[in-house]
Design a protein. Structure first.
Length: 108
């Protein structure tokens, strides 16, 4: 040891207790931070999974809705062919066209 170095020596009982207590606290804080980080990552993954599922369900809903509208438009077209008056047939055809216009799959 050189003349410029100063070393503070605590009694062995205090030094060991303080170092151990600080190490335990640091270890606990590190473990808590790592656990929080892992939990955050798990939440981000779960959010991603939920968003993907939401998109799939929205697409499925849209498909089923448009299929139902197509069935309704077809039924109106069939009824227009069986109509007894030209006015009724025209009104049924007009309604079928308005409903079919909702089908954005055919618009593009």
């Amino acid at each position: 040891m050189s003349a410029h170095e100063t070393v503070v020596q605590f009694p062995k009982s205090r030094q060991g207790a303080r170092g151990t207590r600080q190490n335990v606290q640091l270890d606990a804080m590190t473990a808590a931070l790592l656990a929080a980080r892992a939990h955050g990552q798990a939440l981000r993954e779960e959010i991603g999974d939920l968003l993907r599922r939401q998109n799939i369900l929205a697409q499925e809903f849209e498909t089923r809705l448009l299929n139902s509208l197509e069935v309704i438009a077809s039924q109106l077209t069939l009824q227009s062919r069986a109509a007894t008056t030209p006015e009724a047939a025209a009104q049924l055809c007009a309604a079928a066209r308005r409903i079919a216009a909702w089908d954005v799959r055919k618009a593009g």
